[in-house]
Design a protein around this ligand. Structure first.
Ligand code: G6P
Ligand code: ZN
Length: 543
């Protein structure tokens, strides 16, 4: 077995987006697309020689083949050891944990997260750093630069190794440790939460439904919820991971997890419902007859985290992405802790977590997490909810009503307009950006515009600046419109329109979110000219 040096030429467009490089699966499968990108990763991080990495993916189509290629390239690049999940499977938070637990030099995660999988759907690859978190922009930019100058890649000509068998094998001098994907992660969860209290709640008849969406969390949820916590067998549905996620979008939101929503709003609804995405880092939570928006979930968890053992000492601070509602800011103010506002993308939380400035983070895109790993963590959020419910012993609807009565309610929704022609979406954003200086002071839909800008972020830890992260139009009274183009899609452009309106209460806290937001929605369409530029009137997905 030898390390081969194969000549190659740069492939255009290998630029990582919000979360790694995502493309259609056939694009990744066409040699040397994956090879070039993986070599660029190794080159950009100063080589792989002598290093240890974690490798795993969400099990989507091409996951196993890609893992064999990456292992052979790691060996040929001189890596000392790779820790790989059995079957090349690891949820994203579990991969982040293994990187930290084993103090490795980083990890490669094969996932396109919540995007559909299959021979004609999406595939993705991202690199996480030694802290367990997604590579920051400077590193992803270096990877992209490396893809543009690449002239060779290194790969071992060894045969495929058996990733189904737990234990150590050697690949061209490199140690490959195949590990149980669930065990270490489940142990971590057990160390954070009051498992006996949650177990007692299930034993007392508490009913839950967890929709794993045929994605990676099935085995994790079965082990933790059903085996360790004693939830009734069948609590976890769609628990067998499939390479095409059963043909569905493995995205836990009211649109794509509609069956769960229907059950939670039915006469025989269980007490609590939750779902996670393709790679296990997102979560949606639903109470009986009530949907919890991710922004509200973050605020509620921040207000109640102290009820769980890991957070008993209190939170150091909280962080949210800019488009996420300001609900958590109000909680932070009452707790007397800092609240940070970052651009979209979990990578922006890494420095704040590493520096010990924040304990909890969250995004409107169904991501919530803490300093236990450096990724958002779907099951973690579900377990924190369960821990709080076990202490409070009250329905989700009552707990949310009490939360809003105390802090006021940030009505919130996101409208997505998918697969728009890129030039039209760009033209719309350019026109909107150009109009920003004239907006402050203007009245629209009975509201007055206070401020309008294109969000720029200066990282308080390393001083790095990220510009053009989304247009914000802020009204008097706390209402707000945010528009940005998605950085995770693979087809045309997706316009995300984020809508927020603050109701201080005590009246008007129980309106339908879309109805409460109607003036803000109208103002957004008027100010951005969405229909004129894109031809779209109604959104494809509403969360
Ligand atoms: C991924 C990232 C998140 C981000 C989300 C939406 O899940 O990990 O941090 O919020 O994508 O990104 P997008 O650019 O599509 O709005
Ligand atoms: Zn994900």
């Amino acid at each position: 077995m030898t390390a081969l040096t194969i000549a190659t030429t740069p492939i255009a467009g290998q630029k990582p987006g919000t979360s790694g490089l995502r493309k259609k699966t056939p694009v990744f499968m066409a040699t040397p697309y994956l090879h070039n990108f993986v070599q660029a990763i190794f080159d950009a991080i100063g080589g792989a020689a002598g290093k240890t990495f974690v490798l795993g993916g969400d099990g989507r189509y091409f996951n196993d083949t890609a893992a064999q290629i990456i292992l052979k390239m790691a060996a040929a690049n001189g890596a000392a050891r790779v820790i790989v999940g059995q079957g090349a499977v690891l949820s994203t938070p579990a991969a982040s944990h293994l990187i930290r637990l084993n103090k490795t030099d980083g990890g490669i995660i094969m996932s396109a997260s919540h995007n559909p999988g299959g021979p004609t759907e999406d595939f993705g690859v991202k690199f996480n750093m030694a802290n367990g978190g997604p590579a920051p922009e400077a590193v992803t930019e270096a990877m992209y630069q490396a893809t543009t100058t690449l002239s060779r890649y290194l790969i071992s000509d060894a045969t495929d190794i058996d990733l189904g068998k737990i234990g150590r094998v050697t690949l061209d001098g490199m140690a490959v440790d195949v590990v149980d994907p669930v065990a270490d992660y489940a142990t971590l969860m057990e160390s954070l939460f009051d498992f006996p209290a949650i177990k007692a709640m299930f034993a007392g008849g508490f009913r839950m439904r967890f929709d794993a969406m045929h994605a990676v969390t099935g085995p994790y949820a079965r082990d933790i919820l059903e085996n360790r916590l004693g939830a009734a067998p069948g609590t976890v549905i769609n628990g067998t991971p499939l390479p095409d996620f059963g043909g569905h979008h493995p995205d836990p939101n009211p649109t794509w997890a509609k069956a769960l929503m229907d059950e939670m709003f039915s006469a025989d609804a269980p007490d609590f419902g939750a779902a996670s995405d393709g790679d296990g880092d997102r979560n949606m939570v639903v109470g009986r007859g009530i949907y919890v928006s991710p922004s509200d979930s973050l605020a509620f968890l921040a207000a109640n985290a102290q009820l769980a053992p890991a957070y008993r000492a209190g939170l150091k601070g909280v962080a949210r992405s800019m488009p996420t509602s300001a609900a958590v800011d109000r909680v932070a103010a009452s707790l007397g802790i800092a609240a940070y506002e970052t651009p979209t993308g979990w990578k922006f939380f890494g420095n704040l977590l590493d520096a010990g400035r924040v304990t909890l983070c969250g995004e409107e895109s169904f991501g919530t997490g803490s300093d236990h790993v450096r990724e958002k963590d779907g099951l973690w959020a579900v377990l924190l909810w369960l821990n709080i419910l076990a202490v409070k012993q009250a329905p989700v609807a009552d707990l949310l009503a009490a939360h809003w009565a105390r802090f006021g309610r940030n009505y919130y929704s996101r409208h997505d307009f998918e697969a728009i022609a890129t030039d039209r979406a760009d033209a719309m954003m350019a026109a909107l950006r150009a109009s920003l200086p004239n907006l402050p002071g203007q009245g629209i839909e009975g509201m007055v515009i206070q401020a309008a800008d294109d969000f720029a972020y200066t990282d308080p830890v390393d001083g790095s600046v990220s510009r053009a992260q989304g247009v914000r139009i802020i009204f008097d009274g706390g209402s707000r419109i945010v528009l940005r183009l998605s950085g995770t899609g693979t087809e045309g452009a997706t316009l995300r329109l984020y809508l927020e309106r603050y109701a201080p209460g005590p009246q008007g806290l129980d309106l339908d979110a879309q109805a409460a937001l109607a003036p803000v929605i109208n103002a957004a369409h008027e100010l951005a000219g969405i229909a004129a530029f894109t031809g779209r009137v109604a959104p494809d997905v509403v969360t």
